[in-house]
Design a protein around this ligand. Sequence first.
Ligand code: PGA
Length: 237
Amino acid sequence: MRIIKVNDYEEMSRKAADLIASQVILNPKSVLGLATGSTPIGTYENLAELHKKGRVDFSQVTTINLDEYCGLEPTHDQSYRYFMNKHLFSKINIKLENTHVPNGKADDIDAECARYDDLIEKAGGIDLQLLGIGHNGHIGFNEPSDEFVPDTHCVSLAESTINANSRFFRTRDEVPRKAITMGIRPIMHARRVLLLASGEDKKEILKKALFGPITPRVPASILQFHKDLIVITPIDI
Ligand code: PGA
């Protein structure tokens, strides 16, 4: 694991964007695994800026997002499809048909999960997976549990996740209770993983994930086994 210690959120975001841009420059047909949440917003802003300056071309890139809430239309302003369109896809020259987010409105959720795993496999896996980390150690919506779940699956969100994400909804009741998440296998098979974390509130969980016991109770801890994990963080760990 390589830990790149930075001064602040802005530097983390710039460095993360530079790394993603380098990946795309080296392989214009890269498959990027992308994340939502507050953490990657600055990274996406910097990527959009690099694109605007003509430094990086996304026309042949494929993206595969980690997760989506069940029950929200893609046009709902809290859906992760909406988030990605707003913060990144509308600002770069990616083909929308090459961007993938699980369909949280699918009638048959099991079939949707199987479709998503198939799609990841057909894309040849993920070249670079961007990750944030939840306060409970989740990656994507792989919540703490008794086992690591390898495939895309439907999860009941942890109470702490519902609490954390309620800041984006008018009321806590509006936060969906279920989501579809990519499983641990494609994340661990990604050729490179880039984990971002900022804020003192993430310090304890980041330490546990990177240096504590490897356990599905702290899903991010499995990243200790990844052969090319890069952590960029302003947190002193
Ligand atoms: P955040 O979420 O970036 O909004 O802190 C991270 C996560 O829950 O994975």
